[in-house]
Design a protein around this ligand. Structure first.
Ligand code: NDP
Length: 244
């Protein structure tokens, strides 16, 4: 069944790859991120391949911008079946480096952005008595390493927010499903946003040796979306087979 699927952070990496796979399989896509030109190209690619997609420049740290993305979905297709809270960043650094701006950006995008997505989409899902959130966490939600304290805190927060939402929607009998995706190392632009040069060099080396294609994540997400509505995948933990 064709679904209306909104994806934040759809201009690269996991978001872009998942959007293209879902569109190829007949779903209708609504894409948001800040880089307008990237989104425009992705929508052009999707349409050229016979799919359906619209986009809107979106900053997930701005509630009105996130609500405008939800409005685009409702105006274009009349409903929101799936909202994928995917936008995120991982500028690791040790606390002694004092990268307060990076800490704040992670809290704003990785945590506040997810809450704004829920705020924008949940009322219409409640009204139609069906829906699904796909919230991007990470294996870093389950374990912390040096330099990753703030990132892990935000991603562990995504787990807690998602589980509370799942319980609330189950209690309300709203048929809204909640799926957390916790990937390991995936080859995307994520490491490009690391601002501490030493950490960035180490991460680039690690990702070159370890990371797998975002295709793998996209397939897992599509499986969770395509599952019959009476079953809900609550978390997908997926990492490279060789990742320790
Ligand atoms: P990318 O850097 O390729 O994608 C991140 C996306 O987030 C981009 O499309 C970017 O778009 C968007 N974004 C960043 N800030 C904002 C903002 N303020 N408003 C809207 N969009 C924003 O990395 P990934 O594809 O890897 O990351 C996707 C998700 O997967 C993230 O939540 C990440 O934490 C998670 N993840 C990734 C892993 C990996 O190894 N790659 C592992 C575990 C989790 P733009 O700049 O155009 O706004």
């Amino acid at each position: 069944m064709s679904k209306v699927i909104v994806i934040t952070g759809a201009s690269s990496g996991i978001g872009e790859t998942t959007a293209k796979l879902l569109a190829k399989n007949g779903h209708q896509l609504v894409l948001g991120a800040r880089r307008d030109s990237k989104l425009q190209q992705i929508v052009t690619d999707i349409k050229a391949a016979g799919g359906t997609a619209v986009y809107k420049s979106t900053d997930v740290t701005d509630l009105s911008s996130v609500k405008a993305l939800a409005k685009l979905a409702l105006d274009s297709f009349g409903k929101i079946d799936v909202w994928m809270n995917n936008a995120g960043l991982m500028p690791h650094s040790e606390f002694i480096k004092g990268k307060v701006d990076d800490w704040n950006r992670m809290i704003d995008v990785n945590l506040r952005g997810i809450l704004y997505g829920i705020n924008a989409a949940l009322p219409s899902m409640r009204a139609q008595k069906s829906g699904q959130f796909i919230n991007m966490a990470s294996v870093a939600a389950h374990a912390v390493h040096q330099g990753g304290g703030v990132y892990s805190a935000t991603k562990a927060g995504v787990l807690m927010i998602s589980e509370a939402l799942r319980q609330e929607e189950a209690a309300a009998k709203s048929n809204v499903r909640v799926t957390v995706v916790s990937p390991g190392a995936i080859a995307t632009e994520l490491v490009e946003n690391v601002t501490d040069p030493t950490t960035k060099a180490a991460l680039e080396k690690y990702y070159q040796q370890t990371a797998i294609s975002p295709d793998r994540i996209a397939s897992s997400i599509m499986a969770a979306i395509d599952l019959p509505a009476d079953a809900s995948v609550n978390e997908i933990v997926i990492r490279p087979t060789g990742q320790e």
